[in-house]
Write a protein that binds this ligand. Structure first.
Ligand code: 8YV
Length: 321
C-alpha cells in the first residue's frame, strides 16, 4: 500500500508541510495566490485521503461523492461556509477548522478597521502622501469619536468577545445580538443582550462577526440599514454574504448611515470597479482578519496536525461538530 495522498489547495511554506511530507505523499497546488481551479480540485480530491483547503474551495456533495478515499478536510479558517458539513458527515469525512488561534488577531483587525473608519485613517494617510496637506484647518479630516460610544456586536462568539474586550478599553457600552445568549460575555464584559432591531437602533458602531448561515444570509438588508442611526458606522469582519451590498451602497450614498469598514465581500476578490469601493466613506480591506505571520502559521500548523491525527486513526484536535 502506498503512502496516503494529501492534497493542499494552495502553496504553503515548506517548513509547515515538512512533517506531512515525512509521512505522506503530499501534493500542493503550486500557487500561493491563485485559487485551484474546480476541475483540478475535483481530480485531486478523487485520489486524496486528506485535503487542506482554503475558503475559496467549495467542498460540496459533488466533490464528496467522487472522493471515495477522502477522510479529512482541514480548512485554513475558523469559518467553514465553503464546506457542506452535513454532506461530509454523510460521506464519513471529518471536517476541521482553526478556532482559537486566530481569535485575538481577528479582533485586533476588527477594532483597527473600526478605528480607521471612524477616524478616516486611510483618507488621512493618502492626503499626506498625496501632498495635499497645506495648512491646519478646524475640521480637516474630522472623524467621529469612538471612546464612550455604543458598540453593537452581531455574533458574540470568541472573536466577538475579544472585540468587546477591546471596546471596554475604550470605555464603550457593549450591546450584542447572537443566536443564543452569551452569559460569559454578559458577566465578564458587561455586555447587554438585545434584539437585532434594538441593537441597530442604539449602536454607534454595528460590528458584524457572525458566521454565514441560512439565518444570517443578507441579514443586513435595506430594512436593517434603515433602522441604524444616520451617524452610525457599519463594520463587517464576518462574511460578505451576510450583507446585501446594494442596500449597503444605497444606505451609504444617501447618508442613511455614516460609513462602513469592510474586510469581507460577497464576491472575493471584489472587483476594483465595484460601486462600494468608489465611496470615500468606505474603508475596504482584502479579507485580512487573521493575516499576521504568527496567526497564519498557527492556522496552517493546526490544519497539518488535524490531518496527521485523522490519518493516524486518532481524534482530530479541532473538528467541526
Ligand atoms: C481566513 C477567515 O483565515 O478564518 C476565517 O474564517 O475568514 C479568515 O481568517 C482567511 O480567509 C483564509 O482562509
Amino acid at each position: 500500500m502506498g503512502r496516503p495522498y494529501v492534497f493542499i489547495t494552495r502553496e504553503l511554506p515548506d517548513d509547515v508541510v515538512a512533517p506531512l511530507c515525512d509521512k505522506y505523499h503530499v501534493n500542493m497546488w503550486p500557487h500561493e495566490d491563485i485559487a485551484v481551479p474546480r476541475d483540478v480540485l475535483l481530480e485531486e480530491a478523487s485520489k486524496a485521503e486528506a485535503l487542506i483547503t482554503m475558503l475559496s474551495d467549495r467542498i460540496d456533495e459533488e466533490l464528496l461523492k467522487q472522493s471515495p478515499k477522502l477522510r479529512v478536510v482541514a480548512n485554513v479558517a475558523v469559518g467553514y461556509d465553503n464546506i457542506d458539513v452535513e454532506a461530509a458527515k454523510t460521506y464519513g469525512v471529518i471536517v476541521c477548522n482553526t478556532p482559537d488561534v486566530l481569535t485575538e488577531t481577528t479582533a485586533d483587525l476588527t477594532f483597527a478597521l473600526l478605528l480607521a473608519t471612524a477616524r478616516r485613517l486611510i483618507e488621512a494617510a493618502e492626503f499626506v502622501k498625496g501632498g495635499k496637506w497645506k495648512s491646519w484647518s478646524p475640521l480637516l479630516l474630522a472623524g467621529t469619536d469612538v471612546h464612550h460610544k455604543t458598540i453593537g456586536i452581531v455574533g458574540m462568539g470568541k472573536i466577538g468577545q475579544a472585540v468587546a474586550h477591546r471596546a471596554k478599553g475604550f470605555h464603550m457600552r457593549v450591546l450584542y445580538y447572537n443566536r443564543s445568549r452569551n452569559i460569559e460575555a454578559e458577566k465578564t464584559l458587561d455586555a447587554t443582550y438585545c434584539s437585532f432591531d434594538e441593537l441597530l437602533r442604539r449602536s454607534d458602531f454595528v460590528v458584524c462577526l457572525a458566521p454565514l448561515t441560512n439565518e444570517t444570509y443578507q441579514l443586513f438588508n435595506r430594512a436593517a440599514f434603515a433602522k441604524m442611526k444616520s451617524s452610525a458606522i457599519f463594520i463587517n469582519a464576518g462574511r460578505g454574504a451576510i450583507v446585501d451590498e446594494e442596500a449597503l451602497y444605497d444606505a451609504l450614498i444617501h447618508r442613511r448611515i455614516a460609513g462602513a469598514g469592510l474586510d469581507v465581500f460577497a464576491q472575493e476578490p471584489i472587483r476594483s470597479d465595484h460601486p462600494l469601493l468608489q465611496l470615500p466613506n468606505v474603508v475596504a480591506l482584502p479579507h485580512i482578519g487573521s493575516a499576521t505571520k504568527e496567526t497564519r502559521y498557527a492556522m496552517m500548523h493546526v490544519c497539518c496536525r488535524n490531518v496527521m491525527a485523522v490519518l493516524e486513526g486518532k481524534e482530530p484536535y479541532t473538528p467541526v461538530r
